[in-house]
Structure formats: C-alpha cells, structure tokens
Ligand binder design. Structure first.
Ligand code: AMP
Ligand code: GLY
Length: 421
C-alpha cells in the first residue's frame, strides 16, 4: 500500500514510524513532513490546508490510504473532498469535525444528550459576558469558541483575570473569528485524562488511556500550550471508570452525532476531568492528540493500518487492538518563549547520540533543515518518547536521553509522569 500522512508534527512522525512497521505498507509520503519524518517517508512540499493540491497528489500517486493529522484540514473538508473522489481517507467529515471546531457546538450537543460536562453559558456579546462574569465566583474558565491551537482556554484564578481574557478574545480578537463567541464555564477539579477511541460510527474501540500536560510550567502552572508531555496508561483509569466513560461519553456522543445528521468516522478524542462527581468532558477533538499519540503508538502492538482501513470500511466490529503492558512517556522539548514568541533556526545538537538508545524515540515536531543541519522551526521542537516497565523507568530513560540533546533556550517540563510514578 501507498500511504499519505498529512501534517508535520510529533504526532505525524509517530504515525509514520508506526505505519512504517506494517507489512502492508510499501511507501509512505508525508505532506509537508519534517526532517525526522523524512528518514522514513518521502516528504512532499504541500501545505496541510492546500486540499486541492493534496487531492491531486493523492490521485496521481494512487494513494491507498490518507491519514489526516491536524484539525484544520478536517474542518476545511479534506475528508469530504477525498471521499467524493473515491480516495480512502481516515478522519471525520467537515460536518462531524465541528465537535472540535466549535466549543459552543460541543457544549450544546453534550447538554442536549446528557453527556457529563462542566456547567456553562455561551456569549456573543461582550457586554453581556462581562456582566455575567461580575456575578460569578473564581476560579472560572473562559474558552474561545473556535480553533486556537490549544491556546484558547483560560483557567482564571480571579474574575479580573477572566475579564482580561474575555477582552483579549472578544475585543482584541487575538484568535480572530474563533473569538466571536465564548464559553464561560465552571472550573472542574480532579485528575485529567485523555481517552481516544476509533470509531466507524457504529463500533467504538477505545485506545489505551493517556495523560496530557497542557500547561507550560511544572505543577500544571502557567498558560496552556498544545501539550508539553504525555504518558500512557493513566493510573487513574480503573476498569469501572473505563466502562463508565464508554457508556456515558463515547457511545452517547457517537450516537448523538448520528442523530444530528453528522455521522462520525475517525478518532474521537475525549479530554476528561475525573471529578468527585465522576468523569466530565473538558473537550472533544476530532483527531489523534499530540503529544498523546506519541506515547500511545509506541505501546500499540497491533498493526495500525488494518484498523484504520476497518474504520473507513465500517468493519471495526471485527477489529481488535492489542497493547504492550509497558508504560510510555513523551516529554516535549520546546523553544524558549513558547507558547508566545520564540526564535527559530537554532541548531539542534545531540540527535545522533540518542539514535541508538533502547526504548527511546525522538519524534520531530518543529524542526527543519538549514544547510544540511537540523534546526528549530516551531514552539514544540522534539518529543522524546520512551518505554519502561513502569512510569518511573520510562521517566528515567526519557530524562537521561534529554540530557544528550540541546538547543539554545531548550525548555521542557521536569515533572511529566511524576504523578503516576
Ligand atoms: P480544552 O482545550 O478545553 O481541553 O482545555 C485545555 C485545558 O484547560 C484542559 O486540558 C484543562 O487543563 C483546562 N480546562 C479546560 N476546561 C476546564 C474546566 N472546565 N475546568 C478546569 N480546567 C479546565
Ligand atoms: N494534546 C492535546 C491535543 O492534541 O489537542
């Protein structure tokens, strides 16, 4: 088979690495990819949002399966375009991806169908939102409705802080039209967990549990990022909780989407808070999470390709996913200044030193080549992903590997997995 992966992050590198092991796969292309991916796939210089060129490339190359990494092309209708042209593509349609594209849509569908989530209100008018906030108590959460690269959520300790973020989103439009509406919601307390599942719209197969770390600083402090690290499995997910989440979140959301005439096929990602009153949904994403996917795929024993094909062909009821018992962690090495402004083009040292390390995979995210050297090219630069018999061992292996890597201003969290070790 010929596979095309769309995207250029650590998630796509992990997908390419996993798919490259499939005996069914002869050739992998990645658009646009990065230098890490280029070691196992042919990178094609087409932007993830250039759906026309991606479609023409896939048609011409007779690609057997396209896998979409990021959310933007999903929301722009890449899956619809490929399916109309009879090309196999894994991911939800434009109508179904709205579960991630609009937090207002996600909150309303959860409310309508009784899926547990934080209490909330939606506002289109800043004056009304400001007035409502005056009578709220802190902490409180402010969310921009649309896509904001994982940075559109503010967990505010005071009402003043909440008013400031409201102003940034609705008045200064720091996220553009994504801030035309806001969700103001109750702040939940508890352990966070990401449960991703693959579905063909009928059958739902949950993947192993994972934990993301969205905040920039240790102790989950500071502003949210796209994700600074992950581990799998989550020690907080018991069999009972897993069952509860399937029955009360995954099954009802897929059913609800079908009833709303938005049939869902692809990955459904539920970000959850395990509160004293039970698990509640923080958000849904319509794709593989990043960095969770890096931590998940190194633990997946089964070949991913037949599973994705089964989802596309609506035959997931016959599929099964096996996992290694080991524990994995992924620590993101980021540029100084991320998630705000940061420098690019800084040389990365030590990549050769970590190549031969056992149970270590350095997935590339924001990297590029400059005169033959690999340099930084984004906020999240590398995902150091490791496996161990337990989290403690996976942590030791990861942080030892990180000691061999460097670039100017390299920043990473030191506490990934500490709560599970
Ligand atoms: P989201 O993009 O909606 O998952 O939000 C990003 C992060 O903000 C989550 O991973 C949580 O850490 C935090 N968050 C979002 N909503 C809430 C909430 N209602 N209560 C507490 N924390 C939240
Ligand atoms: N790690 C969070 C996300 O992929 O949105």
């Amino acid at each position: 088979m010929k596979i095309l992966i769309i995207g250029n992050g650590g998630r796509e590198h992990a997908i390419a690495w996993k798919i490259a092991q499939s005996p069914k796969v002869k050739k992998i292309f990645c658009a646009p990819g990065n230098p890490g991916i280029a070691e196992i796939a042919e990178c094609v210089d087409i932007d993830v949002n250039n759906i026309e060129d991606l479609f023409n490339f896939a048609s011409k190359q007779k690609i057997d399966l396209t896998i979409v990494g990021p959310e933007d092309p999903l929301l722009a209708g890449i899956v619809d375009k490929f399916k109309e042209g009879n090309l196999n593509i894994f991911g939800p349609s434009k109508r179904a991806s709205i579960i991630e594209g609009s937090k207002v849509f996600a909150k309303n569908i959860m409310k309508k169908h009784g899926i547990p989530t934080a209490d909330f209100r939606v506002f289109e008018d800043i004056k009304k939102a400001e007035k409502y906030l005056e009578n709220c108590s802190a902490p409180i959460v402010i969310k921009a409705d649309g896509l904001a690269k994982g940075k559109g959520v503010f967990v505010c300790k005071t009402i003043e802080e909440a008013q400031e973020h409201l102003h940034e989103i609705m008045e200064e439009k720091i996220f553009g039209a994504a801030g035309n509406k806001v969700v103001i919601e109750e702040c939940l307390q508890g352990e966070e967990v990401s449960i991703l599942a693959i579905t063909d719209g009928q059958t739902i197969i949950p993947l192993a549990s994972a934990r993301d770390h969205k905040a920039i600083y240790d102790g989950n402090k500071g502003p949210n990022t796209g994700g600074m690290g992950a581990y799998s499995p989550s020690p907080f997910i018991t069999n009972d909780l897993q069952f509860y989440i399937e029955e009360n979140v995954l099954v009802p959301i897929i059913h609800a989407m079908k009833r709303e005439n938005r049939p869902y096929n692809g990955i459904i990602y539920a970000g959850l808070m395990l509160t004293n009153a039970g698990p509640k949904v923080l958000e849904f994403n319509a794709r593989f999470g990043d960095p969770e996917t890096q931590a998940l795929l190194v633990r997946m024993k089964s070949d991913l390709v037949p599973i994705l094909i089964a989802a596309i062909n609506n035959t997931l009821d016959k599929a099964e996913i096996e996992w290694y018992d080991s524990h994995s962690i992924c620590v993101v090495l980021a540029s100084k200044g991320y998630p705000d402004r940061y420098k690019k083009g800084l040389p990365i040292f030590g990549l050769q030193n970590v190549k031969s390390l056992k149970n270590v995979h350095v997935f590339h995210a924001g990297t590029t080549k400059d005169n033959g050297n690999i340099v930084t090219n984004g906020g999240r630069v590398l995902g150091v992903t490791t496996m161990g018999n337990d989290v403690k061992e996976a942590r030791t292996i990861a942080y030892d590997a990180i000691n061999k890597l460097s670039f100017e201003g390299m920043y990473y969290r030191k506490d990934i997995g500490i709560d599970a070790a």
